[in-house]
Design a protein around this ligand. Sequence first.
Ligand code: SF4
Length: 142
Amino acid sequence: MGTSIKLRPHHILCLHGFKGLGYSEDFIKQMQEISDKIKRERHVKISFIFDLDILCHSCTEDNRKACLQQNSLSRLIDKRLKKKLKGLLRRETSLTFFLEKLYKTISARKMDYICRGCEWKKFGYCREGYLKKRLMLEKEIT
Ligand code: SF4
């Protein structure tokens, strides 16, 4: 997989709530690989695409077709995150730098807005995982 990861913007949020659940075996395997890599390596570079990423390509065909629709929920969630993060999604950065900016910019309330409509939101895993990481970083830098 190399030392850089290219993801759809909202997947960087989804990874915070990953508990081994997903749309297909392949999707779960890919999420696990990326999640392990992010935990294992600190010098990962990250960049973003507004199209199908490695996770999408391991998802079900039906989901891929649905997500490619111009008005799909996943595109809308990507747009919401882009609007909040302004230019941060435009260039490849170190994952550490990106996460610091993400945690400073996206509060729990903003995440609730960004994720509105997602079927996984009701479980609260992503929000819980995100706030935990955000708090850990706050403690590290204060
Ligand atoms: S609620 Fe949905 S869109 Fe938001 S982080 Fe979780 S899985 Fe991703």
